[in-house]
Design a protein around this ligand. Structure first.
Ligand code: G6P
Length: 476
């Protein structure tokens, strides 16, 4: 296969753009959307010749490849059926719940799998066409587990990395997957496989031994394939955020003023609790609401002076488990406000919307206690954003031990969100924590997030892929 011209290629399900209408000639018009991953990649893309291969987020035809902010963007089309079978089906109806410890029941459908195989092949072909001889290709996340091997088949000259943004389950759960061997072999097409936590890497290594009968030694897997014998390395590379950019945003006078205004609009309560999540069953939103309801019912938290702001951004709305979750959450919020509100006051402010980063930063600054109650989460970047935003050194993070961030943010008040009594005690402790303890904990967490930012994450992964020795990892 003839090679392309790009030395560094990112392959992700989504392009870092949103489709915003169409051009006069009918072709799609895009706007860049500044996500965490693109922020990390932008300097690397600019320094090397960088291309990004991904789906623009809407079914149907895509336009030509185009350049935006120094990145060559290569749109991969998905038909309406493929969106249903590959994206909503196999990716988000099978792999997502399976990899999150079957919090929702995964469904196994052969036509979903067939679509997943076909789409992964298309992504691999698109990446192969862009990559220059000997280029580095970095494949992202569970939607593209088969891409590494399919890429290597055509382009053994490439250096291939794979990063799994979500957890990797224990083998007792993973082994349910009818296509477990194909998935493991797909990932093993990479030279380096990155995970959020050490336990994810360990689970993957076990899956290699059990599902693909591969031999592992420490963190490496021995692979014999058409290209000969190779060693694939699996390790933890906890992802992060652009901490400085977030702090700068939160320090801006507009955001500081907006934070004050938010507290006023909420009626100047003593305690503002905040939850910020995609509306996803892995986030423990129902557990959080039940915990909060009990605290109001038993009078531990004062109804008049405590509010919970819950931002739940719309997500994967055509997948049944997500629309069911929305119904349940909205019913619970309605009950809670009905039972405990008064004229002109509601204890829960529920916002089923996505907000710009400025508004998020203001909400973080306005919140005394941030609640991250995920039942299972690869990392949870909201926890890190809250910490980065708190340039005032104040604020308390209540953090689920089932989120990857718990390995690093050990100064948070850690909870098991299934334990309602334990979570209640943790929230009360957070709300009543003395200022010096709050500041001491926040200082330690801020140091960690600022030192281990997303740029360092990308450098660590890509340096290791290039064969450089790794720096000691410190905590986690
Ligand atoms: C998680 C996944 C990402 C995904 C994001 C949003 O963070 O790890 O791969 O892009 O959720 O989900 P969506 O289905 O809208 O892309």
């Amino acid at each position: 296969m003839p090679s392309g011209q790009y030395d560094f290629v990112v392959v992700a399900n989504r392009l870092p753009v949103d489709q915003v209408g169409t051009e006069p000639d009918g072709s799609p018009r895009y706007e860049t959307s500044p996500g965490g991953l693109v922020t990390a990649m932008a300097p690397i893309m600019a320094a090397h010749d960088g291309a990004w291969v991904g789906w623009p987020g809407a079914p149907g035809e895509v336009g030509e490849a185009f350049d935006a902010d120094g990145i060559h963007l290569v749109p991969v089309p998905l038909s309406t059926t493929e969106v249903a079978d590959y994206y909503e089906g196999m990716s988000n109806g099978t792999l997502w719940p399976l990899f999150h410890d079957v919090i929702a029941a995964p469904e196994y459908h052969r036509h979903w799998w067939d679509s997943y195989v076909a789409v992964n092949q298309r992504f691999a072909d698109a990446a192969a066409a862009q990559a220059a001889e000997g280029a580095t290709v970095w494949v992202q996340d569970y939607q593209l587990l088969l891409v590494p091997a399919r890429l290597r088949e055509q382009r053994p000259d490439l250096k291939i990395g794979f990063f799994n943004h979500i957890p990797f389950p224990g083998y007792e759960i993973f082994s349910q997957l009818p296509w477990r061997r194909q998935v493991v072999e797909g990932v093993l097409g990479a030279d380096l496989v990155g995970f959020q936590r050490r336990s994810d890497a360990t689970n993957f290594l076990r899956a290699c031994r059990r599902a693909a009968e591969a031999v592992t030694k420490g963190g490496t897997v021995q692979v014999d394939d058409a290209t000969g014998r190779r060693e694939v390395r699996a390790a933890a590379f906890p992802i992060s955020i652009d901490a400085q950019a977030f702090e700068d945003l939160a320090t801006s006078p507009e955001v500081v003023a907006r934070a004050e205004q938010i507290r006023k609009e909420l009626g100047e309560p003593d305690t503002v609790l905040l939850g910020v999540d995609r509306l996803d069953y892995t986030k423990g939103i129902r557990h959080r609401l039940s915990t909060f309801a009990e605290l109001l019912e038993d009078g531990t938290l004062d109804k008049e002076s405590t509010v919970l702001v819950q931002v739940a951004s719309p997500s994967r709305e055509r997948v049944q488990a997500y629309s069911d979750l929305r119904d349940e959450v909205e019913l619970t919020v309605g009950r809670l406000n009905g039972d405990h509100g008064t004229v002109g006051f509601s204890p829960v402010h529920y916002l089923h919307q996505s907000f710009p980063r400025e508004e998020m930063a203001a909400l973080y600054l306005a919140a005394d206690v941030m609640l991250v109650t995920a039942l299972r989460d690869g990392m949870n970047l909201v926890a890190k954003e809250y910490v980065a935003a708190r340039h005032d050194g104040d604020g308390v993070l209540v953090l689920s031990e089932f989120a990857g961030a718990a390995d690093e943010l050990t100064q948070a008040v850690l909870i098991n969100p299934h334990d309602i009594d334990g979570s209640k005690a943790a929230i009360v402790r957070a709300a009543r924590m003395p200022a010096d303890e709050r500041r001491r904990r926040m200082r330690a967490m801020r140091r960690r997030v600022k030192e281990h930012d997303v740029e360092r994450w990308a450098q660590d992964f890509l340096g290791t892929l290039a064969g450089e020795p790794r720096e000691p990892q410190g905590q986690q």
